[in-house]
Design a protein around this ligand. Structure first.
Ligand SMILES: [Fe+2]
Length: 188
């Protein structure tokens, strides 16, 4: 693995292990991600750049303990999007190539009933190469992320405060959500 990635992961592990709250973690790590993404895709091994014609590819760079940080390189081909999802943790996203689009959703009526999750569309953000965005949970950041058909592919780095192997998938037309497993490719 590239030494810059190794050092970034070690720094994130140290910061996140300090018992700070989520806001303090993303505030400390976002500048490190901003510095990291300046290097572009030269940071990544071929394993981190795998594409999948069926869906956006999640390539693991670092998968730590269940409550430790994890880092993925995501490769998005034109027309590939996530479902509407949350994260169950904090995160820091940086873009290496292309323009990643994020479309946010907001709770429409509050979430007093655990089985009722009506959503209304929120804002849209375009993340160009070099851009960094962050999110914290409670309330969680709910969005779809991806690339429209008429744009170029995207490569982005996603640092999470946990082993990111599941999230809630939201279905606004039914005002419901369910927890699903989220697969990834391992790196050698
Ligand atoms: Fe997300």
């Amino acid at each position: 693995m590239d030494q810059r990635l190794t050092e970034f992961i070690a720094a994130c592990d140290k910061l996140a292990g300090g018992g700070q709250d989520a806001g303090a973690n993303v505030a400390a790590i976002a500048p490190l991600m901003l510095e990291l993404v300046r290097a572009g895709r030269s940071l990544l091994d071929p394993d981190h750049l795998r594409e999948d014609p069926e869906q956006y590819a999640r390539n693991a760079i670092h998968v730590g303990e269940a409550d430790g940080v994890s880092l993925f390189a995501l490769v998005w081909l034109p027309g590939q999007w996530t479902p509407i999802h949350d994260h169950g943790t904090w995160g820091v996203v940086g873009v290496l190539d292309g323009v990643l689009e994020e479309r946010a959703f907001l709770p429409a009526t509050g979430w007093d009933d655990a089985d009722y999750y009506p959503l209304t569309p929120g804002g849209i953000v375009f993340l160009s190469p070099g851009s960094v965005s962050t999110f914290v949970p409670n309330p969680d950041h709910i969005h779809v992320t991806g690339v429209p058909e008429d744009r170029e592919p995207v490569v982005s780095l996603h640092l999470y405060g946990r082993l990111m192997n599941s999230f809630h998938l939201y279905t606004p037309e039914h005002a419901s959500r369910r927890l699903i497993d989220v697969p990834h490719y391992e790196s050698s």
